[in-house]
Design a protein around this ligand. Structure first.
Ligand code: FA5
Length: 347
């Protein structure tokens, strides 16, 4: 190979390239798998031994030189096209750059994170649970057997497992969880008492939707299991929760409430944080319904593998979507899942 002649021919071809495509073609011609350099290297085997070294070195030098020329030409072409754009017709350097759209956290995420921080600071652990749940966890283990009328309180979406590929055992009774309470049972199975847990997450009900009911909404479950847990502990924890959310002490009251998995069961109301003597939010009552709660039923402790003679506990089910509405003055729960940017951009 005449190294100098081949290189100067390559230089001419490279310099003549006016765009990236033709430059790629020339590069392939010299450096490609079947290119000039590859052919020289392939021919080495057939040469007499004393010539091999020189041809090998020549081919490698040619490869490096062509590579450098190609890179330099590519940089020059880039610069030239940028220059052409800068000075080209219709280019206005005073226009603002294209705006990069940035997202923001969803209001439910904001409140969830705040509550998680608050409860973690009180020694709680944050748990997660599946949204497609077994009947056992959503109902049975919560003291709601198959024929129990309390099932009517939950308009349930039932789910059919799609054969063995679904990962669920044959005959599993599946549903979209109607509340976060199944995580109580999962927590008892996983953790040894004493423990404190919260479990925020999505729930699903076959509801006729309105401003305060959606088919998909958020709750946050709380559960504390320990020795001699009383309603006093429950009220104390709820007052701390309210102070964390609203930044000041709010009065609370308990009304009797019925849930088969607690005994006694309550509805906990808080003094309306927005008024003294009645407003639209509290429907002129000065109280807002905040969360159902109670002391964990002995049957539920047993179903979770915990001895109800030795341990007791309280549990609550905060309506997280409703709390988000209260916090930000949102008048319709359906905005939370509406995906309307005019709504979401406000957070
Ligand atoms: C329950 O779901 C019980 N698991 C709560 C509980 C937990 C009681 C632990 C005792 C111990 P309830 O069905 O009332 O209870 O729902 C709790 C809260 O979820 C309601 O107060 C409400 O704020 C919210 N909620 C219920 N249904 C909807 C819905 N369709 N849309 C938005 N929020 C809802």
């Amino acid at each position: 190979m005449d190294y100098e002649a081949t290189l100067s021919e390559a230089r001419e071809k490279i310099d003549a390239c006016a765009d990236a495509t033709s430059l790629k073609d020339v590069e392939r011609h010299y450096l490609g798998r079947k290119g000039v350099v590859a052919k020289h290297l392939a021919s080495i085997g057939a040469l007499p031994p004393e010539q091999r070294k020189a041809v090998g070195q020549g081919a490698n030098r040619l490869k490096q030189a062509v590579q450098q020329l190609v890179e330099a030409r590519a940089a020059a072409l880039d610069e030239a096209s940028l220059e052409a754009e800068r000075s080209g017709e219709g280019f206005d350097p005073s226009l603002p750059a294209a705006r990069l759209e940035t997202g923001s956290l969803h209001p439910v995420t904001l409140v969830t994170r705040e509550l998680e921080d608050l409860f973690v600071s009180m020694g709680y652990t944050v748990l997660d649970g599946p949204e497609v749940e077994l009947d056992h966890y959503n109902f049975e283990a919560l003291n709601i057997p198959a024929d129990h009328p309390a099932r009517d309180m939950y308009d349930t979406f039932f789910v059919r497992a799609n054969g063995a590929a679904s990962g669920w055992a044959e005959g599993s009774r599946l549903l979209m969880r109607t509340h976060t309470s199944p995580v109580q049972v999962r927590a008892m199975e996983r953790l040894d008492p004493p423990f404190r847990v919260i479990a925020p997450g999505r729930c699903f009900r076959h509801e006729t939707t309105d401003a305060t009911h959606d088919h998909t909404f958020y709750q946050m479950e709380g559960m504390v299991v320990g020795r001699d847990i009383s309603v006093g502990h429950l009220i104390g924890a709820m007052r701390t929760l309210l102070r964390g959310i609203f930044g000041r002490d709010l009065g609370v009251r308990l009304r009797p409430g019925y849930f088969p998995f607690v005994e006694p069961g309550f509805e906990l109301d808080a003094r309306c944080p927005f008024c003294e003597d009645g407003c639209r939010v509290c429907k002129q009552s000065t109280w807002i319904e905040l969360l159902p709660c109670g002391l964990v039923h002995p049957n539920v402790l047993s179903a979770g593998g915990i001895d109800p003679e030795a341990w007791s506990g309280f549990a609550f089910g905060l309506g997280l979507s409703r709390l988000v509405m209260l916090r930000y003055g949102i008048d319709d729960v359906r905005h939370l899942f509406g995906s309307d940017l005019r709504f979401l951009e406000q957070f």
